[in-house]
Ligand binder design. Structure first.
Ligand code: MTE
Length: 391
C-alpha cells in the first residue's frame, strides 16, 4: 500500500455544495458502470464482474472494469444533508458532514479489493453453492482517496476498553420479514493502523474521481487486506464497541461453514483477511490452442497481511507434474495484486493450464479447498480447461 498524504493533498474545491478534496468531481449520484463493461450476474441488486481478459490489462483497474457487489439497490443519498455519526465507546460522539470529514488529512493509497466469494462458481463441481455465481473477476486494484479512520476515531476519543469498530451502511436489505443495513466490524488495531500503515480509510474517491453510486457514494470504508465485505459502502454510522458487530453480515454470514444451521454460524468466526489467490485472464475456459508456445497472463494477490508479497506464481501444463515460474509485472506494493505472464509449451495432451502461487507470509494456493456452504475463499489451484490442436 503506498500512501502519500502530502503529495495527494490538494486544494479543497467547493462545488455544488459538496467539498471534494484531491479527486475530480463526477456526479456520484448518477454514475453507474455501463452494463457493456461488466458481466452482470444479477441486475437487481447490481452484481457484476469484468471479463478476465479486460481485468488483467492494467495494474490499476479502471472503475468501469471494477466488480460491483451489492446486497440491495444503491441508496440515494443527498450529499448536502449527509451525516456520518460516530458513537458507542467514545468520549465525544460526532455527527460529521462530508465537509467535516474532508477537512482532515487526505490520503491516497492503492489497494486491491476482493470479494470473499471470488471464484465461488468453482465450488459447484462438488456441490451447489448459492449466492452470486462469481467467476474469478470479483477483484480489482484501485487508488482510494479519503481520510484515515484513525483520525476520526481519535477526534471522538476511543475509550480504553474498546476493541472493535462497527460500520453501518445506509442501504436497505430485505432479510426475512425485515429490512437491515449492510454492516461489518473490524478489530480496533486494524482500524488504527500503525507506523507506515494508515489502517482503514473513509473514502470518497476512487481512481482519482468521486466514488460512483455502485462503489458507495458518497462515503465508504476501505479496509486493505480484508475481504470486500468489511469495506462498507454508503457508510452512515460508526460504532466503537468492546464486542464485534451484531449485524448479520458479520455475525451470521461471511464465515466458513459446512452447513447453515445456527450452531454452524455460532462455532465459526468472521472472515477478515483474504487469502493468496491467482487466475488466468489471457484465455477463456475451453479456449482452443495450437500445439507449441502459448503466452499466458493473469493476476496474483498475496494474502492480506501488511508487508506480504508474492513469492512466486507457477504454471503447469501437465496437472502439476512440473511447473514453470511466471514473470511478475505491475507494482509490488502492500495489499496490492500483481500481474503475471508466462510462456509455456502445450501439447495435444494438455487438458488444463494450472496455476498456483505462494506468498512471503507462508500463504499458498492448495490443490483443493474444502467445500463450504457459502462458497467463500476459493483459492485452490486455478484450472483453465483448454483444447490443444496439432499444428
Ligand atoms: N456495503 C454495503 N453497504 N452494502 C453491500 O452490499 N457489499 C460488500 C462491500 N460493502 C456491500 C458493502 C461486499 S460483499 C463487497 S465484496 C464489497 O462491498 C464490494 O465493493 P465494490 O462493489 O465497490 O466492488
Amino acid at each position: 500500500m503506498t500512501s502519500s498524504p502530502e503529495l495527494t493533498r490538494r486544494q479543497m474545491i467547493l462545488s455544488s455544495g459538496i467539498l471534494l478534496a484531491g479527486v475530480s468531481q463526477t456526479n456520484g449520484l448518477q454514475a453507474q458502470a455501463p452494463e457493456k463493461d461488466l458481466i452482470f450476474r444479477t441486475t437487481d441488486p447490481r452484481n457484476a464482474e469484468p471479463a478476465l481478459n479486460k481485468l488483467i490489462t492494467s495494474w490499476i483497474t479502471p472503475t468501469k472494469h471494477f466488480y460491483v457487489r451489492s446486497h440491495a439497490p444503491n441508496p440515494k443519498i443527498d450529499p448536502k444533508t449527509f451525516r456520518l455519526s460516530v458513537e458507542g465507546m467514545v468520549d465525544k460522539p460526532l455527527s460529521l458532514s462530508l465537509a467535516d470529514i474532508q477537512s482532515h488529512q487526505e490520503y491516497t493509497l492503492t489497494a486491491t479489493l476482493t470479494c470473499a466469494g471470488n471464484r465461488r462458481a468453482e465450488f459447484n463441481k462438488e456441490g451447489k453453492v448459492g449466492g452470486v455465481q462469481w467467476d474469478a473477476g470479483a477483484i480489482g486494484n484501485a487508488t482510494w482517496t479519503g481520510v484515515a479512520l484513525s483520525e476520526i476515531l481519535r477526534k471522538a476519543g476511543v475509550q480504553a476498553s474498546a476493541k472493535h469498530v462497527w460500520f453501518k451502511g445506509l442501504d436497505e436489505i430485505t432479510k426475512g420479514d425485515g429490512i437491515i443495513p449492510f454492516g461489518a466490524s473490524i478489530p480496533l488495531e486494524k482500524a488504527l493502523g500503525a507506523g507506515d500503515d494508515v489502517g482503514a480509510l473513509l473514502c470518497y474517491g476512487m481512481n482519482g474521481e468521486t466514488l460512483t453510486a455502485d462503489h458507495g457514494y458518497p462515503l465508504r470504508t476501505l479496509v486493505p487486506g480484508y475481504i470486500g465485505a468489511r469495506s462498507v459502502k454508503w457508510l452512515g454510522k460508526i460504532v466503537v464497541s468492546d464486542v464485534t458487530s451484531p449485524n448479520h453480515y458479520l455475525a451470521n454470514a461471511y464465515k466458513l461453514v459446512k452447513k447453515t444451521e445456527s450452531i454452524d454460524w455460532s462455532e465459526s468466526g468472521p472472515i477478515y483477511r483474504y487469502l493468496v489467490n491467482a487466475a488466468v485472464g489471457s484465455h477463456e475456459k475451453g479456449a482452443e490452442l495450437e500445439a507449441g508456445k502459448a503466452d499466458l497472463a493473469g493476476y496474483v494477490l498475496p494474502s492480506g497481511i501488511l508487508g506480504g508479497r508474492v513469492k512466486h506464481v507457477q504454471v503447469s501444463v501437465n496437472n502439476g507434474k512440473s511447473w514453470k515460474k511466471a514473470e511478475l509485472t505491475g507494482e509490488d506494493s502492500d495489499f496490492c495484486w500483481q500481474l503475471w505472464k508466462a510462456s509455456v509449451q502445450v501439447t495435444e495432451e494438455t487438458k488444463e493450464i494450472v496455476v498456483r502461487a505462494e506468498d512471503s507470509s507462508g500463504g499458498f494456493m492448495p490443490y483443493r479447498v474444502p467445500w463450504n456452504a457459502k462458497g467463500y475463499l476459493q483459492n485452490s489451484w486455478y484450472r483453465l480447461p483448454v483444447t490443444v490442436k496439432a499444428t
